[in-house]
Design a protein around this ligand. Sequence first.
Ligand code: PNS
Length: 171
Amino acid sequence: MKRSVRAVYPGSFDPITNGHIYIAERAAAIFDDMRVSILVNPNKTYTFSVEARHAMASEALSHLSNVMVDHFTGLLVDYMRQQEAQVIIRGLRAMSDFEYEFQMALMNRRLAPEIETFFIITDANYSYLSSSAIRDIFQFGGSVKDVVPHCVFRCLRERFPAHPPGGKPHE
Ligand code: PNS
C-alpha cells in the first residue's frame, strides 16, 4: 500500500517572494500533500498581518492543487504532529543559510526524531532574494516587480502608500 507523505514548508513569508514560490513548486512536485505554514510569533513584529500574509501566499500558490496555506504558533514540531506531517521543507540560498538551517534541523530532530527536514536549493536567480530585502527595496523606491507575484506588489503598494518618500510612486 502506497503511503502518502505530507510536507510542511514553514516560514514567516512576510511577504512571500518568487524564491519561496519556486521552493513550494519543487516540493509540491515530490510530496503528495503540502502545507505552506506561516509562523505567527507573538514576540515578533511583522510588516504584514497574518491575514495579509495568508492571503498573499494563497493567491500566489493557487496554481498548486496539492498545496494548502495555513498558519501556526508555537513549536513547529508540535504543529507537524498535529497536522500528521512527516517532512519539513526548507529552502537554501547560499552557504550563509546553512549554519542556521543545520542548527534548526538538528534541534527539530532532537524534539521529534520521526520528522525529517528536506532542503531544496533555490534557483540561482533567487539566491539573493529575501522578504526583508524586498521590503527595503520597495520602501526606498527600487523595483521589485520581477521578484514578487503581482498580489504581493499590490499589497506592498497598499502597505507603503507614501513610498518612496518624496519620490515618484511605483508603477
Ligand atoms: O522564514 P523564517 O523566518 O526563516 O522561518 C523560520 C521558522 C518559522 C521555520 C522557525 O522560526 C520556526 O520553526 N519557528 C517556530 C518555533 C520553533 O519551532 N522553534 C524551534 C526550531 S529551532
